[in-house]
Ligand binder design. Sequence first.
Ligand code: CTP
Length: 400
Amino acid sequence: MNIVVGVTGGIAAYKTVQLVRLLIKGGHDVTVIPTADALRFVGTPTWEAISRNTVTTSVHDDVARVRHVALGQAADLVVIAPATANTIAKMTAGLAEDLLGTTLLATTAPVAIAPAMHTEMWRHPATQANIATLRERGVRILGPADGELTGGDSGPGRMLEPEEIHTAALALLAPQDLAGRTVVISAGGTREPIDPVRFLGNRSSGRQGAALAAEAAARGAQVTLVAANVAADVLAAAKHPLVDIRAVGTAAELGKAMADAAASADIIVMAAAVADYRPAASADQKLTKEDGVLDRIDLVLNEDIVAGLAASRREGQKIVAFAAETLTDADERRARAARKRERKGVDLLVVNLADAEHGFEKPDNAVEVLGAGGAVVASAEGSKREVAGAIWDAVAADQG
Ligand code: CTP
């Protein structure tokens, strides 16, 4: 595997020499990208000798081979150890002022960081907000550990030991269990026009669907992401050469895009929140109170897209639906979801709890996956990317 090890300016950089050694011993091709500050702690000759590869820090070196993007494009995994508070802030902002910055923007590989800093800096709201953003984007945060720090003080902020980083980072190399599979995922929420300025909609941001697309592509699937009103920054999480994004607006458009893509799909995941009803008529002109027609909107039922896909499924095609539920009693929630799974005729139903901390518009999610007979076959809680991983594990394990 091609592994990029980013090293930033902290004293723990000396421990990263051991991390690189372990990776080289495992047969990996390792490219070390230090920041200029990191070289004050451990110099270029050490990194070159230990990694057996050329080491540069600037985007202006080796320009002929477009090194500033080539390293990121070729990487199977990027590990940053130590990751300083400054680097974490730069990553969050997407700054590309050195080779490590451009590499991080150019890669679609999994990224893991091992933060190292003083406790106060780690606990600062700016650092914590940056960490939350990175986690939401799918970056794996390894540590920090609680222990002795350079100034003689102690607390959370110590970099994990190289052996721990080595194990956790390698675990991120996604299994290629969806290689050769074609997957269609819907995401976001439909908007049903009332007139040119108003619509009936819902609060789905499309984050879970985008995370499912990114995770499926990382596992080797060819993905079509049918995105209903998903913001550009949310869609950015699904950016991957194997992901084809199709934007739609209404339930009717979503249904058509899904039916088109479903024809060649092995797996269909219906994560979008579809409006159950649409206005019977959509006015060409903005409706006004003067017209006296705004106090009543006649609705007609939208077609149940996933039930339709399930009814006309191809042999061997697997279908997954979602249900956002607000019932807090777990048994009641499961019973309701089990009935929904039967009614829709799908293989798996992912039930997500839509409460104050989870679900719509939130970075985190908590789900249970119901399989045959309504049995809970998986459950997961965490970032939407982590939850996406658990859902694909459940799909891969489903023999039904
Ligand atoms: N769904 C769909 N077409 C619709 C409505 C929902 O394909 N017209 C899909 C959703 O994308 C989701 C699943 O069906 O995967 C469950 O959505 P949900 O709104 O919970 O289902 P409903 O049948 O509308 O049930 P409820 O009455 O509880 O809202």
